[in-house]
Write a protein that binds this ligand. Structure first.
Ligand SMILES: [Zn+2]
Length: 694
C-alpha cells in the first residue's frame, strides 16, 4: 500500500485522539475552531489525511465492479476529504497568520504532498479504471457536469504522462526534474541581482524633484544598509518606480532604469540567458513527449483561448491600437522634454517623469485627495450592497464564529430566500504574520455528496495599515481591490455544483479573473460611489473629484497596455517552438520578437526575458496573456450591463449568476460566456474604455 511511506513510526492512535482535525467540528456551519488548533496538530493530521486518502484510492482500485463514473471518477473526486480539511486551514495560515514554525512545516510538507499527489496520478491501476470509464463514456448517460469532471480527471492523468510507456515516462520525470531546478535557479538569480543593486546618492542636489516621502524613504533605506547620511534607491517596485516618476536628474533616471532593465543580463553567475535557452528547449521536449506540437499547444488545451493562433490574434488586435496611441504620446512627451534638454529624443526613462508632469498640469489630480472618502468599513459595506443589489446575497456579521486574529470579522452570507449560502472571513489589516498583497481563498469548497450539502467557507485578505484613530482610509485604487477580491469570493459563495473539482473557482486561468475584475467596474461608477464614498463629516464625494477621476482614467494608458501586450507576446514566442527549433542567442531572439510587433524604443516589454519570472520561474508560462484576456472579458461582460442602460439590470445580473458565478467549471468557459453574453467576447470594450476606439 502507498500509505506506509508517510507514516511516522510511533505515531499511534493516542496522538491523534485530541487532534482537532480528527473530530467533527461542533461549531456554527462547521467553521474552523481556530482556538483549538495548534501547530503540532498539522503534521499528524496531514499524515492521517494521506493515509486515509490512500486507503480510499486503494478501495477504488480494488472495487470488484467494472469501473464506471460513480465508482471511479466521482469516488476519486470525493476522496481525500480529511486531507483537504487540514490543507484548507494550513495553507490559509501560511498566508494570513504564519510564524517560523509554520514556515518550517510548510517547507517540509510541500514536497511530501507533491509526492502524494504524483503517486496518485502515476498510479497505473487507478488510471486503468479511469481510462475504462473514459473509453466507455458514451455508454453512460452522463450529465454536463459529469462529462466535464470525467474529462478533467482523465486529462489530469494523461497530461502527467499516464499514456506513455515506461521509457518515455522516465524521460518525462527527468525533464520535469531539470525544469524545476532551472526555474528555481532563474528565480534565485533574479532575487540576487534585484537585491544587490543600490543607487547611492550623496549630493542633495541629485534628489531634486523627489517628494518628501520619497526622500525619507531613500534616507531610511540608506540607514538600513549602513550608509547613513546618504540616500539609497533600489530595484524594488516601491523604490524604482516613484524614482523614475519624480527624479529631475535625467542621468540618474537613466542609470536606475538600465539597472532594472538589464537584471540577470550582465554576464557572470547570475545571468539568466543560458537558463532561458535550456528551459525553452526542455518545455518543447516535454510537449513533444506528451504528443503536442509545442508547449503552448500543451498549455492552451485547457484554457478558454485554446490555440496559439487565438492568443496571437488577441494580442495583435490590441497592439494595432496601442502602438499608434503610444506613438502619439511620444510626440506629446517629447515636446516637454526638449524644453529641459534641447534637441533630445524621448527615452524610456523619461516617460513616466514627463507623463506625471502633464497629468499634474492638465488634470490637477492627486490620488491621495480621494482617500478621506474611502473609509474601509464603508467600502466593504458599499461592496456588500452592490452584491445584494445584483445577486440578492446578504451579509450578516456573526460574532459567535471564531477567528485567528482580533481585528477581523466573520459574515454569514444568505440568499434572497434567507437560506444559508456560506461563510466569509474578512481580514483587512496588515500584521507581521501576514503575507503582503491581497487575495481570496477557500477553507472549504461547495459540493454535494448524496444528501450532504457542503457550503463554502471563503476568506478575503488585505494589508491595509490600521489607523490609530480607528478610521482607516484607502485610496480609490485600493477600494477597487476590495471589490476585486469580493468578486472572487462570490464566485466561491454562489457556486452550485455537485463535485469538488468542478466547483467554484476551478475554472481555467484565463477565465478566473472575470468575476473579480468585472466587480471593479461598479466601484468606479459615480452612482455607486455616491452610495458609500463619504468623508468623516458624512459628506458624499464631490462631483468635481468624480469627474477628475473619470478623465484621468484615460490618460497615459498606451504605455501600460503596450508593455503588457509586448510581454505576453514574448511569452508566446518562447513557447511556440518545436523541440527541433532553438531560441539561439536570447538577446537576438527577444529583439526579433519585439521587432515583429513594431515595438517602439521608448517602451520595453513589461518584463524582459532575463527577469520574466512569471514565465521562466515556474507556473505562469503561456499565461501572461491571461491578464490581457481577462481585461477583454470583464470589459465586454460589463458592457452587457451598460447596454441595458442600468448597471444593476436584474435580467443581466441573473444571467451572470446563473451562467457563470454559480456554474464553477461544469461547462467550457467559452460556452458559459456565450450563454451569458449571447456572443463571443470582443476587444472593442477594452479599447473604448481606454479611449483608443470610439
Ligand atoms: Zn484576482
Amino acid at each position: 500500500m502507498l500509505s506506509a511511506a508517510f507514516l511516522v513510526v510511533g505515531c499511534g492512535k493516542s496522538d491523534l485522539a485530541d487532534n482537532p482535525f480528527l473530530k467533527e467540528w461542533d461549531t456554527p456551519f462547521g467553521t474552523i475552531p481556530f482556538d483549538e488548533i495548534k501547530v503540532e496538530h498539522y503534521m499528524p493530521a496531514f499524515e492521517e489525511g494521506m493515509r486515509v486518502h490512500n486507503k480510499e484510492i486503494d478501495a477504488i482500485i480494488k472495487n470488484k465492479e467494472v469501473a464506471n463514473f460513480e465508482n471511479t471518477i466521482a469516488a476519486i473526486d470525493f476522496s481525500g476529504e480529511l486531507l483537504a480539511k487540514v490543507g484548507g486551514v494550513f495553507f490559509n495560515m501560511t498566508a494570513a497568520n504564519t510564524n517560523e514554525e509554520i514556515q518550517a512545516l510548510e517547507e517540509k510538507i510541500g514536497p511530501i504532498l507533491a509526492k502524494h499527489g504524483d503517486e496518485i496520478t502515476m498510479n497505473g491501476k487507478l488510471f486503468e479504471r479511469v481510462k475504462l470509464v473514459w473509453d466507455n463514456k458514451d455508454k453512460e448517460n452522463l450529465n454536463q457536469e459529469q462529462q466535464m469532471l470525467l474529462e478533467k480527471t482523465y486529462k489530469r492523468f494523461v497530461r502527467s504522462g499516464a499514456l506513455l510507456d515506461k521509457t518515455k515516462q522516465d524521460k518525462l520525470k527527468q525533464v520535469n526534474g531539470e525544469l524545476t531546478t532551472l526555474e528555481s535557479k532563474f528565480i534565485s538569480n533574479l532575487l540576487k541581482e534585484t537585491k544587490s543593486y543600490e543607487l547611492v546618492i550623496d549630493k542633495e542636489e541629485d534628489l531634486k524633484g523627489l517628494p518628501d516621502w520619497l526622500v525619507e524613504q531613500g534616507k531610511a533605506t540608506a540607514k538600513d544598509k549602513n550608509k547613513e547620511g546618504k540616500w539609497v534607491y533600489t530595484l524594488d517596485s516601491p523604490s524604482v518606480f516613484p524614482f523614475l516618476e519624480f527624479a529631475d536628474s535625467r542621468e540618474l533616471r537613466e542609470k536606475i532604469f538600465n539597472a532594472k532593465n538589464n537584471r540577470c543580463n550582465n554576464g557572470g553567475d547570475t545571468d539568466n540567458k543560458a537558463n532561458i535557452e535550456k528551459i525553452s528547449q526542455l518545455r518543447a521536449e516535454k510537449a513533444e513527449l506528451l504528443g503536442y506540437n509545442t508547449f503552448a499547444d500543451y498549455v492552451l488545451e485547457e484554457r478558454m483561448l485554446k490555440t496559439p493562433k487565438e492568443v496571437y490574434s488577441l494580442l495583435e488586435g490590441l497592439l494595432a491600437y496601442s502602438i499608434p496611441a503610444a506613438k502619439k504620446d511620444v510626440v506629446e512627451l517629447e515636446k516637454l522634454l526638449v524644453k529641459d534638454h534641447k534637441g533630445a529624443t524621448l527615452e524610456a526613462w523619461d516617460w513616466s517623469y514627463y507623463a506625471n508632469k502633464i497629468k499634474k498640469a492638465k488634470y490637477d489630480f492627486d490620488a491621495e485627495l480621494t482617500r478621506p472618502y474611502f473609509e474601509i468599513n464603508n467600502v466593504r459595506q458599499g461592496c456588500f450592497d452592490v452584491i445584494t443589489k445584483l445577486y440578492g446575497l446578504t451579509f450578516t456579521e456573526r460574532k459567535d464564529i471564531k477567528t485567528y486574529a482580533d481585528d477581523m470579522q466573520v459574515f454569514e452570507c444568505k440568499n434572497e430566500k434567507d437560506e444559508h449560502v456560506g461563510i466569509l472571513y474578512w481580514d483587512p489589516f496588515t500584521r507581521a504574520s501576514k503575507q503582503g498583497g491581497a487575495w481570496c481563498n477557500g477553507y472549504r469548497e461547495q459540493y454535494k455528496q448524496g444528501d450532504k450539502a457542503v457550503t463554502p467557507i471563503i476568506t478575503v485578505c488585505f494589508n491595509y495599515a490600521k489607523s490609530p484613530s480607528g478610521r482607516t482610509t484607502v485610496t480609490a485604487e485600493e477600494a477597487s481591490t476590495i471589490f476585486h477580491e469580493m468578486g472572487h469570493a462570490i464566485h466561491g459563495l454562489l457556486s452550485n455544483c455537485t463535485y469538488i473539482s468542478t466547483s467554484g473557482t476551478t475554472v481555467p486561468r484565463d477565465f478566473v479573473e472575470l468575476p473579480s475584475q468585472i466587480l471593479e467596474h461598479w466601484c468606479s461608477k459615480p452612482e455607486v460611489l455616491k452610495m458609500f464614498a463619504k468623508n468623516e463629516k458624512g459628506e458624499t464625494i464631490p462631483q468635481e473629484l468624480l469627474t477628475k477621476m473619470a478623465s484621468v482614467s484615460q490618460f497615459d494608458v498606451a504605455y501600460g497596455m503596450t508593455e503588457r501586450y509586448a510581454a505576453a507576446y514574448l511569452d508566446m514566442e518562447y513557447h511556440i517552438l518545436t523541440a527541433k527549433e532553438k531560441t539561439g542567442d536570447i538577446t537576438a531572439f527577444e529583439k526579433k520578437a519585439m521587432d515583429k510587433i513594431g515595438l517602439i524604443n521608448q517602451i520595453p516589454p513589461r518584463y524582459r526575458s532575463t527577469y520574466f519570472s512569471h514565465v521562466f520561474g515556474g507556473g505562469y508560462a503561456v499565461g501572461y496573456y491571461a491578464y490581457v484576456w481577462s481585461e477583454v472579458l470583464d470589459a465586454d461582460a460589463f458592457d452587457a450591463f451598460l447596454e441595458t442602460g442600468d448597471i444593476f439590470d436584474k435580467a443581466t445580473a441573473d444571467r451572470f449568476k446563473n451562467e457563470i458565478l454559480s456554474k464553477g467549471s461544469t461547462n467550457y468557459a467559452d460556452q458559459m460566456y456565450k450563454n451569458f453574453r449571447g456572443k463571443d467576447p470582443s476587444i472593442d470594450a477594452v479599447l473604448k474604455n481606454s479611449g483608443m476606439k470610439k
